[in-house]
Every structure is written in structure tokens, then in C-alpha cells.
Write a protein that binds this ligand. Structure first.
Ligand SMILES: Cc1cn([C@H]2C[C@H](O)[C@@H](COP(=O)(O)OP(=O)(O)O[C@H]3O[C@@H](C)C(=O)[C@@H](O)[C@H]3O)O2)c(=O)[nH]c1=O
Length: 184
């Protein structure tokens, strides 16, 4: 399992070691000890899974106090562009975004600590997205920023045309980054 730092402090890409043989493959999708040795000390309390058709954009989401969440995200089937934005006010990378392709083929994961916005765009039909979170779902604590916020300046459209994007009603009316009072 390789744990690779990104340009954003505390945000890591994780590449499991995949063992192939004539039956198929095997990999450890989560190993608490290996992550802890890399400085990722997370206690997960909930696993989530979503299924989406190509062009689905879910984001940019976080949970406020008292229920902040770290997320260990991966794709079981299909492909996404996964994006995280640092919204920790004292961070030197505050407001910066990082994106990575996660797929059922590359088996990469992204560790998104508390204090980040998170979202993804599915690049293939029938994409199954799976993630572990460190805090329980708390509807009243949900916060978010519009996917196309001018200050976040996330490059979504070099991957898929905007006309193909499918969003929830909730994600069409999120705050601007400027209006978000980051609690982190
Ligand atoms: C996130 C979540 C949703 N739900 C319910 C609420 C709602 O009725 C239904 C669909 O929820 P949403 O529309 O918020 O699902 P979705 O837009 O997929 O929300 C997710 O987006 C990605 C990008 C994240 O990072 C996640 O943390 C989460 O915010 O599922 C739960 O029961 N538990 C949960 O943990």
C-alpha cells in the first residue's frame, strides 16, 4: 500500500498493492496500521456507497461541527474525477483544490481529512462509489459550496461537457465559497 502526499497538506492518495493470479485479484482496501504509520489516524464509524450514471456531479460537501467527517473514498466500479478543497482557515493551502481519477481499475483511494469540501464527477455509467467516514451522518450539520464556484475554480469540464452534468436539487443551490463561513 503506497501512501502518497499531495500538494495539499494532510490530503493523501492511497494505492493498494494488488495481487493478481489466475483466479483474479486480491487487495487490502483498508489497513488501519499502515494508515496510522503514515499519520492518518482515523476511526471510522460509517461506510457509505452510491451508484451513479455518467455525468453525475455530487458536491461540494462537508459536515460542520459537532459532526465533522474525514472520508476515505474509492471507486469499486466505473470511474470518477474526485475533488477535495481545503477549507481550514489556518492552512497554507486554504481554498486550494486537488483532483484525482479514482476507478475500479486503478483502485486508488483518497483520504480527505475533516476540514475539506469533497465532491466527484462520474466519468462512466454504473459507477459505484464507496467510502468510510469518521463521523455519523448529521443532516443539520451539512454545509456545501457550488461545484462551479468561481473562487474554487475546479477544472471539471476538461473531463466531460457541462451539458452532461446531473446534479441533485440540493447541489444546485449551495453557497458560494465567499459566503461560506468556514467553521474549520
Ligand atoms: C450522506 C448521507 C445521506 N443520507 C441520505 C440523505 C438523503 O436522503 C440521501 C441522499 O443524500 P445526498 O443527496 O446528500 O447524497 P450525496 O449527494 O451523494 O452526498 C454525499 O456526497 C459526497 C460528495 C460526499 O462527500 C458525502 O459525504 C455526501 O455528502 O441519503 C444518509 O442517510 N446518510 C448519509 O450519510
Amino acid at each position: 500500500m503506497n501512501i502518497i502526499p499531495t500538494p495539499i497538506h494532510d490530503l493523501y492518495v492511497i494505492e493498494p498493492k494488488v495481487w493478481q493470479d489466475n483466479r483474479g485479484y486480491f487487495f487490502e482496501s483498508y489497513n488501519a496500521k499502515v494508515l496510522a504509520e503514515a499519520g492518518i489516524k482515523a476511526e471510522f464509524v460509517q461506510d457509505n456507497q452510491s451508484f451513479s450514471q455518467k455525468g453525475t456531479l455530487r458536491g461540494m460537501h462537508a459536515q460542520n461541527f459537532p459532526s465533522p467527517q474525514g472520508k476515505l473514498v474509492r471507486v469499486i466500479q466505473g470511474k470518477v474525477l474526485d475533488v477535495a478543497v481545503d477549507i481550514r482557515k489556518n492552512s497554507t493551502t486554504y481554498g486550494k483544490n486537488f483532483s484525482v481519477e479514482l476507478s475500479g481499475e486503478n483502485n486508488k483511494q483518497l483520504w480527505v481529512p475533516p476540514g475539506f469540501l469533497h465532491g466527484f464527477l462520474t466519468l462512466e455509467d454504473n459507477t459505484i462509489f464507496s467510502y468510510k467516514v469518521t463521523g455519523y451522518f448529521d443532516k443539520g450539520a451539512e454545509i456545501g459550496v457550488m461545484w462551479n464556484d468561481k473562487d474554487l475554480n475546479i477544472d471539471w469540464t476538461s473531463h466531460l461537457a457541462e451539458s452532461e452534468f446531473l446534479l441533485s436539487d440540493k447541489d444546485r443551490v449551495l453557497a458560494s465559497f465567499d459566503d461560506l463561513e468556514s467553521p474549520f
